[in-house]
Design a protein around this ligand. Structure first.
Ligand code: FDA
Length: 398
């Protein structure tokens, strides 16, 4: 602790001991740079700890630029190419952390995400990186010889300053708009932010008709603004969640048309015709309950589909029912917001940042890494891969 005015010197000061900040710190430390990390939270890597249901979906083997949303879609390519999922897997294996692939290239720890934080802290220690938690930043000034950062733990002086303070999601875990304020202070544009990978809320009739199905899950294809994700949807008390909805939420904004294919992988018209021929006396709700949860089938037939034996449906009615099953309009009223969102869309405009070093194009020595930037991944380990890759790129340059 150094509450006085004598600055504590380091080559690289990283603000934010999350995924990107720790990776940047250990990379710069390995190069022999004197690195200090500070964080206002009481311990490092809090989001890593809570990620992936406690098992951290730490990367995705299929990561490419196509899995990210940004106003500048090419920006992430350089860093992603220079630090790949295989590079992170190599570190995980070196630390003897057991892992498994769940689905679609998503890699999880077998035991606990604590092991990922432990690994990063061990690597930082080996690289002589110093870490201070409970350390709030009070102000940043730039002089001819670098940056002066005033904190509750005294004054720090550094040649390179790395902003790794993340986005706005889960404020209870230490998330803050700090990085955006620093960006603006140094003349950077910040693109509008909104919650991503977030449950959607319903209101009005949809809410009334579906709220008591909370807990029911079914496979769907969720479609919005030219994007489609096939996975599970979960009905909740307030609306809809589950991987298909979280994914599409990053492409949805209030007022946008959101559609669900409730029988993904089926041709619903052909299927209904087959049912009429083979099971004509059965109620539509009964045959539907064989391809989706019974309560959902019942609810659809109470409010949206004809509640009759299938043989009583003529061809136009079959077509109408098939169209609804394949293209169900879901009227979302909003999102659950940053309280539950996994990520923040938007952020520091990447057009003023070097894609190879992550250094500001306007302020030499200032770097932005991780989620604070306008680079947001899909659900499935992509966001951590971006944090590792961008942290690594800056750590090699800072
Ligand atoms: P991150 O948020 O990790 O770290 C920022 C750090 O900066 C924090 O330690 C914070 O305390 C600190 N900070 C903020 N303001 C500060 C200030 N003013 N002063 C000092 N320090 C400050 N992704 C994925 O790929 N796989 C997964 O399994 C999951 N799971 C998941 C679950 C949940 C519940 C959430 C909320 C998110 C995920 N994610 C995820 C997303 C992933 O956690 C996220 O994209 C990365 O943690 C971003 O890494 P950063 O280092 O950029 O920010």
């Amino acid at each position: 602790m150094n509450p006085g005015r004598t600055p504590q010197h380091c080559d690289v000061l990283v603000i934010g001991a999350g995924a990107a900040g720790l990776m940047c710190a250990l990379t710069a430390g390995r190069r022999g740079r004197v690195v200090q990390v500070i964080d206002h939270a009481n311990k490092p890597g809090k989001k890593i700890l809570m990620s992936g249901g406690g098992r951290c979906n730490f990367t995705n083997t299929g990561t490419s630029a196509a899995n990210f949303i940004s106003a500048n879609p090419h920006f992430c390519k350089s860093a992603l190419a220079r630090y790949t999922p295989a590079d992170f897997i190599e570190m995980v294996e070196r630390h003897r952390i057991a892992w498994h692939e769940k689905e679609l290239g998503q890699l999880f720890c077998d035991i606990s995400s604590k092991l990922i934080v432990r690994m990063l802290l061990d690597e930082c220690q080996q690289a002589a990186v110093r870490i201070r938690t409970d350390c709030a930043v009070e102000g940043i000034e730039r002089g001819a010889d670098g940056f002066r950062v005033r904190t509750g733990h005294g004054l720090f002086h550094c040649a390179s300053l790395v902003i790794a303070s993340g986005g706005l999601s889960i404020p209870s875990m230490g998330a803050s708009g700090f990085g955006y304020e620093v960006a603006r202070q140094f003349g950077h544009a910040v693109l509008p932010t909104r919650a991503g990978l977030v449950p959607l809320t319903l209101s009005g009739r949809h809410q009334e008709r579906l709220a008591d199905l909370s807990g029911v899950a079914l496979p769907v294809e969720a479609r919005c603004n030219g994007q489609a994700f096939r996975n599970f949807m979960l009905l909740t008390h307030r609306g809809v969640s589950g991987p298909a909805i979280l994914q599409i939420s990053s492409y949805w904004q209030p007022g946008d048309d959101l559609r669900l294919d409730l029988l993904p992988g089926h041709d619903p018209l052909q299927w209904l015709r087959d049912m009429k021929r083979e099971r004509g006396t059965s109620e539509l709700r009964t045959v539907l309950a064989e391809v989706m949860p019974k309560r959902m089938a019942q609810r659809l037939c109470e409010h949206w589909l004809p509640d009759r034996p299938v043989r009583q449906l003529d061809e136009p009615q079959l077509k109408q029912a098939a169209a609804l099953l394949a293209d169900f309009p879901l009227v979302a009223s909003g999102t659950e917001g940053y309280r539950t969102a996994e990520v923040t869309l938007g952020g520091v405009d990447t057009r003023q940042v070097s894609s190879s070093t992550l250094e500001s194009r306007q302020v030499p020595g200032l770097y932005f890494v991780g989620e604070v930037l306008d680079v947001t991944g899909w659900l499935g380990g992509y966001n951590f891969q971006w944090a590792w890759a961008s942290g690594h790129a800056a750590g090699q340059a800072a």
